[in-house]
Design a protein around this ligand. Structure first.
Ligand SMILES: [Mg+2]
Length: 473
């Protein structure tokens, strides 16, 4: 979980909003509806409203929640399609699975929108130019994060296209928090990509797919109070009576004045106007059967050794979530997707349920036989299933494990306080050569410098004796 005091961390959050979702799904399913004004509704003979209008219908002013009569008046040629909720849910699930191939932290906000936590992940997709020159300019981390975000979205859109079809498009907002990301995704629809830069001049180079890049100030200045979400007609009217008619005026109102008028909601109003938001992106996995993470790699990998650091990082991320939510599991699954988009799955049951990243990584590496490397690999996923709740009475049989458990607890506590991946196991750093080659990723040195040097952590899984505890030797 990320908190506000993590000012040194460049948060990158995406809000993906499917364009005219139900209508697009219908147009995808029935090519004869494509390019035409349609509305998804209940039975048009009964008293029903528009559930979704296609982008063609929206051009005539047709909107959700309008009556059939109103829609017909605005657009006499409109066709009504009987809504099919099961179909929309099934397409939405496929879309979410695509998102989950890019980040483990996907918060499904509604059937057609989700937040993706890309902090730490987007960097892996940065172009070679940003990786090479970013550091020289002194804004390396930041440019890489934003450049990577844009390139990742292009890639994600290609995957959505393959998975659900070309007619189902999305608008994406990228910002440092959920509030701004959501406002941004709405800023240029359909098929928009809007970046909200933390300050002017982040843009490393022109990025062709970006529809629009703005600063927080520009974005907020372009909106009305009502656009903020959370300000309905009643609050708007009360604000107006206080002489507040614009977002800038709301931002300029002392927070004490807002608190006097609206109680605790005054804080929220102030945050809205400033574009502040510290809410984490929380993946919706309340009662999981399994927990897994997968990652689409910035470039295809060809050898077991290249994949090892990816496996170790994924195993750490999966098990950190297991520990956070109080689970252990004994079924370890490995998924690989190849360059030709075929998949391979392997699984194995281990003797004792675990939430230890080392054990999971070891089980995965055992499965990762050479025959699995028959083609270049574009995605690696790990999941842990057969979950059991960790109970207070569960005591490990081995003294070594007890020591290791307390080291893990310290690591989790540090990560919780300072943000994910502040502290990593030293063995994750043990592959500098591979890491550099993989471009990717996991080399973000500012974080890794603080690798834990605790008894039981360093050296356990290290297979390169020349590498010391900080990966520098
Ligand atoms: Mg939508």
């Amino acid at each position: 979980m990320l908190t506000q005091d993590m000012t040194n961390v460049q948060r990158i959050i995406m809000h993906v909003d499917m364009d005219s979702f139900f209508a697009s799904v219908e147009q995808q399913a029935n090519p004869r509806l494509r390019g035409k004004p349609i509305a998804v509704s209940g039975d048009p003979k009964s008293r029903t409203v528009v559930a979704a209008a296609s982008k063609e219908a929206k051009r005539f002013g047709v909107k959700s929640a309008m009556t059939i009569g109103e829609a017909r008046r605005l657009c006499p040629k409109i066709q009504f399609v009987l809504g099919d909720p099961d179909k929309y849910v099934s397409v939405a699930q496929r879309i979410v699975r695509v998102f989950q191939e890019y980040t483990p932290d996907v918060e499904v906000a509604s059937i057609d929108e989700a937040f993706l936590e890309m902090t730490g992940w987007s960097t892996h997709f940065a172009c070679g130019d940003c990786v090479r020159t970013g550091a020289a300019r002194g804004d390396g981390e930041e440019s890489r994060a934003w450049c990577g975000a844009v390139r990742m979205i292009a890639e994600l859109r290609r995957c959505l296209y393959r998975e659900v079809g070309e007619w189902i498009t999305c608008s994406v907002g990228v910002a440092q928090n959920k509030r701004l990301a959501k406002l941004a995704s709405d800023f240029r629809k359909p098929n928009g990509l809007v970046l909200v830069y933390p300050h002017a001049g982040v843009g490393a180079h022109p990025m062709p797919d970006v529809v629009c890049a703005v600063t927080r100030e520009t974005l907020l200045a372009s909106l009305q109070l009502r656009d903020l979400g959370g300000i309905g007609p009643r609050i708007e009217e009360r604000l107006r009576r206080m002489g507040i008619a614009t977002i800038a005026q709301l931002a300029g109102t002392p927070i004490t004045v807002l608190r006097d008028a609206f109680g605790v909601y005054g804080n929220e109003l102030h945050d809205m106007a400033m574009g502040h938001d510290v809410r984490p992106v929380s993946a919706n996995d309340a009662d999981p059967k399994s927990m897994g993470h997968s990652v689409t790699l910035p470039r295809d990998l060809r050898t077991v050794e290249e994949i090892r650091p990816v496996v170790e990082e994924l195993a750490e991320r999966v098990t950190a979530r297991l520990r956070r939510d109080g689970f252990r599991g004994s079924l370890i699954r490995l998924t690989m997707r190849y360059g030709d988009f075929t998949d391979a799955h392997e699984q194995r049951t281990i003797s004792e349920a675990t939430n230890d990243g080392r054990r999971v990584a070891r089980a995965v590496m055992d499965m990762l036989a050479a025959r699995l490397m028959r083609l270049p690999v574009r995605l690696v996923g790990i999941s842990v299933g057969h979950l059991v709740r960790v109970t207070a009475t569960q005591v490990s049989l081995f003294a070594e494990d007890v020591r290791w458990q307390s080291a893990i607890a310290a690591m989790d506590a540090a990560n919780h306080r300072h943000g994910a991946w502040t502290v990593l196991r030293a063995s994750l750093l043990g592959h500098p050569r591979v890491l550099r080659r993989v471009a990717a990723a996991f080399q973000s040195t500012a974080h890794l410098r603080d690798a834990v040097d605790a008894d039981g952590i360093v050296g356990e899984d290290r297979d390169d004796p020349s590498v010391g505890t900080d990966g520098q030797k």
